[in-house]
Design a protein around this ligand. Sequence first.
Ligand code: HEC
Length: 431
Amino acid sequence: MFALKKRIPAFYFLLMLVLLTPCPAHAVVKTPAAPPKPSVASKAKTGPKKARKKDTAAWDQRMRGLYVTLTRLLAEVSSDSQFNDPANFKRIEADAKLLSELVHDLSAITRDEKTATGERMLSPDTDPSILLMTSLFSEDTKRAYEALKTGHRDYARVVLRTVTGYCIGCHTRSTPAQATRPQEPETPEIKSLSQIERAEFLASTLQNDAALEEFEKIISDPKIRKERQLAWEKTVRYALAIAVRVKRDPARAIKIVDAVLGAGDAPEFLKEDAELWKASIAAWRAETARTLTSEDALYAETVRLITQARMLQKYPADHAADVLYLRVSATVHDLLRIAPNGRYSADALFLLGLSYEALRDMNLWSLHEMSYEACIRKSPHTETAKNCYSHYEETIYAGYSGSGGVSIPKVVAAKLDELEKLSIPQGTKVQ
Ligand code: HEC
């Protein structure tokens, strides 16, 4: 924070002002007690070139494994008759186990822990949020497999149906290296899926051009809109995520938004949001396209965009600024990728938390909690950690009161306690 204040004071103050306005108690910007610890060069940066190449191949191999497993699992869980036919139980269980093992391995790779085969490797993507995503994904797939094994098949099915959300969420963070994988011939299993599931499969496997075309067809289909309202809405959000974050194409984003506005019977609230998205995209189109590559430039851009987003968003659940938040998150992912341990990384995790908190209904991710936690751990005892804790605490409280609870479970309360201690800025007196 200290370093940041010296570098771009105008942004710093503007950012703090905007971020802290909803909560007057926090509106006083205190001078940080100490500069953050010097960043530790990541292993990924210093690793030999040869090893990194091998790691990418090992990662891709697991991704291919996910591709094949997903092909079968989607067909198995999407059809009532297939899922409930006892003749398929063993096969479904075996696929859920394989999925859980593959994802567990990804999680181990991103944590620099040993994989199932006892190897240690570096993840091909240096963005630390990939670690948060693989942890969440690993917990879910493990839970699904356990549920199947213990006979809680309906619950397992619900969880397994959300698998594509993880693939899409991670691949559409920003523009991935292989954003435009060519379309592959469809297997009979994929042909058996509904149009929405097929489109989600395409997006899950980085066949983004084909996915976007399918999503657009779905958005303009009145029958799907009427019969599968919620899935239709999710389609709109996925399409926007690809157009804005992966393709970075305002013209394509406008096309999607126009299709929503042109859908006579689309929900009114979504159309109201779409009007505002359209205005954000028009402003984006008027900007001069730039490729930002330095830490300073990416951070400055993030601050510029989040400032606009916070001004547009009137209350936490307001989706008016979703297009801006998509752009914020893509820029933060770019920043974290080039500088996972850079001078802005804790601030970047805070901004990542804010954008995923706003986008949580995008069905993309509920990453915000983990981002806030990572922010605190990245830069403990700083003003940034304090801001992250304040948002973390609020999210936890909202989560439990929203689900009708009266108290916070002991383990969660203990974690809150731990994080609060870590977040107190140096030099602050503890009561
Ligand atoms: C935590 C992040 C993450 C998740 C979750 C994830 N992937 Fe990937 N995937 C990647 C990365 C990183 C690459 C490398 C390409 C890139 O730069 O994006 C990749 C690449 C791929 C590829 C291309 C591999 C190749 O040989 O070229 C396929 C296929 C793939 N993923 C399938 C899947 C499927 C299916 C799922 C869900 C079941 C999934 N992925 C979930 C991060 C993820």
